[in-house]
Design a protein around this ligand. Structure first.
Ligand SMILES: Cc1ncc(C[n+]2csc(CCOP(=O)(O)OP(=O)(O)O)c2C)c(N)n1
Length: 485
């Protein structure tokens, strides 16, 4: 059988359904085969393609798609999305075409050294038409890079050996039976861990900070009387359950001087500590027998009214109006705003592995390719990833993309901390720009709308890119009232 057919048959066998393709001359044999076996989405920019595939796999919770690229810088362009996949535990597979080994490092046109290109961030397999034995490895714990060496032609090959790796290094485990005055922070969990976690929290009544980037099944099952909105003063330990929290509160804990005295326990499906302290890892089965020594007092949460025309007000209205959709919320202000909203009845995805503002439109398009989806991103994030608009053309499921246009990276000027910066620094930090978002969107052949009041959101229908114009001054005042950094 031809090498490329063997590879693609294997991809189908492991559950891949979609190929996100960035064409080139060197990967043409793979293309020849993948068009026969998978649904194909094409985009010229590999960076965007990687994020699109990430979005598909994120919402599918499986390796539902792969990215196929040619050689050279094409491979390097995948680094950002691959890093995000690594840190967020999202399945990911790169098929790259390469030259015979003897060309590596010679400076031959459109070639780089692709061997183990992603280093520790990917499981590397080399498939070489000149080799008698080719072993393909698939890790369920980190991204996968299959580098395929061709020369002039696809070749006949008898077999590809395959190995599944699903046992990774485990974090330091210790048997703990009791924890003192804990608060819990619950972040993204795999589906099969939701009930264990909810039962544990309900039984032990530990007050819990719920990360908004979570499945609605988990969020809605956590009893509302246990939900924390701020951190109480009298806790002695933190039990972090799920992936590394995206909540700002998690980062801020490490800035508190007395936090050094607190104990941190981690119960997660991955092995990331999520901070600079030595932590103890618990398994989900250990959770069942954990005894709690006193609970902290749940701090009274003063209910605040969200002022109109703030980014918070727009986002709350979107969450309410489109509750039957899945959400993809971008990094920076949109992600920071979520914990201050009522987000408990919707599933929210994000790129919270490395919190980049790159690739957000493409990831959103990937999410929407799988599920009806609402996206909310900042204006700089939007401009960063215009290729994502090309991908939205492939999306048949209903989607709406909201861009919060506050005139740049306003996150750097919203919080109290910006008062410490001089005026010139504050001006350049926000990266001022001039661009007409309406013309950009229409140029891609997509419908566009602009809203400057929450009420106007009620008229918005799917398949539209919507520019939101919040009141920046009121939003800034509100952030500062909330006493955010
Ligand atoms: C790839 C990448 N580059 C730079 C940053 C640093 N960064 C964080 S937030 C931000 C500004 C984002 O602006 P925008 O998308 O408009 O959001 P908002 O102003 O609403 O917060 C930048 C540049 C980042 N997170 N990721």
């Amino acid at each position: 059988m031809k090498l490329s057919h063997l590879i693609l048959d294997l991809c189908v066998k492991i559950g891949v359904k979609v190929a996100v393709l960035c064409s080139g001359s060197r990967n043409k044999f793979l293309v020849n085969s993948l068009v026969q076996k998978l649904k194909v989405v094409t985009v010229p920019d590999e960076r965007s393609a990687g994020f699109f595939s990430l979005g598909i796999n994120k919402t599918a919770s499986s390796l539902a798609s792969l990215v196929c690229v040619t050689s050279g810088t094409a491979v390097a362009e995948l680094f950002p999305s691959l890093l995000e996949a690594y840190y967020s535990g999202t399945p990911f597979l790169v098929l790259s075409a390469d030259l015979p080994k003897r060309f590596s490092g010679t400076g031959f046109p459109q070639s780089i050294n692709q061997r183990n290109f992603f280093g520790e961030y990917a499981e590397y397999s080399e498939i070489d038409f000149e080799s008698k034995e080719n072993l393909v490895k698939l890790s369920m714990l980190k991204p996968n890079h299959w580098n395929i060496r061709y020369w002039e032609d696809d070749i006949e090959i008898k077999e590809l050996k395959f190995e599944l790796i699903n046992q990774g290094p485990q974090g330091e485990k210790s048997s703990i039976s009791k924890i003192k005055k804990p608060i819990a922070i619950v972040s993204m969990l795999d589906k099969d861990l939701i009930n264990i976690t909810v039962n544990f929290l309900t039984k032990t009544k530990i007050p819990v900070l719920v990360d908004p980037f979570n499945d609605k099944e988990l969020k809605s099952k956590i009893p509302s009387e246990l939900r924390l909105f701020t951190v109480p003063d009298d806790f002695k330990s933190v039990l972090r359950i799920g992936r590394v929290p995206s909540l700002r509160i998690w980062r801020d804990l490490f800035r508190k001087k007395d936090f050094l005295k607190k104990q941190i326990f981690v119960c997660s499906q991955d092995n990331f500590q999520g901070g600079d302290r030595v932590e103890r890892f618990l398994s989900f089965s250990e959770l069942q027998n954990l005894e709690i020594d006193q609970l902290p007092i749940i701090s009274k949460f003063t209910k605040y009214a969200i002022p109109q025309k703030t980014e918070h007000a727009f986002m709350q209205r979107i969450l309410n109006n489109f509750a039957e959709f899945t959400f993809f919320v971008g990094n920076s202000s949109p992600a920071y705003t979520l914990p201050f909203l009522n987000h408990y009845s919707v599933t929210i995805f994000g790129n919270r592995g490395v919190n980049g503002i790159d690739g957000l439109v493409s990831t959103f398009a990937g999410c929407a390719y799988n599920l009806p989806c609402i996206g909310i991103v900042g204006d700089l994030s939007f401009l960063y990833d215009l290729q994502g608009l090309l991908l939205l053309k492939f999306v048949k499921k209903p989607w709406i993309l909201f861009i919060i246009n506050n005139g740049g990276g306003l996150i750097f000027d919203y919080f109290n901390i910006s008062k410490k910066m001089n005026l010139k620094a504050r001006q350049v930090l926000v990266s001022p720009y001039s661009a007409d978002l309406s013309k950009i969107v229409k140029g891609f052949g997509l419908s566009f709308a602009q809203v400057d009041s929450e009420r106007k959101l009620d008229k918005i229908r799917p398949f539209t890119v919507v520019e939101i114009i919040p009141d920046v001054k009121i939003t800034q005042r509100f952030w500062r009232e909330l006493d955010c950094r």
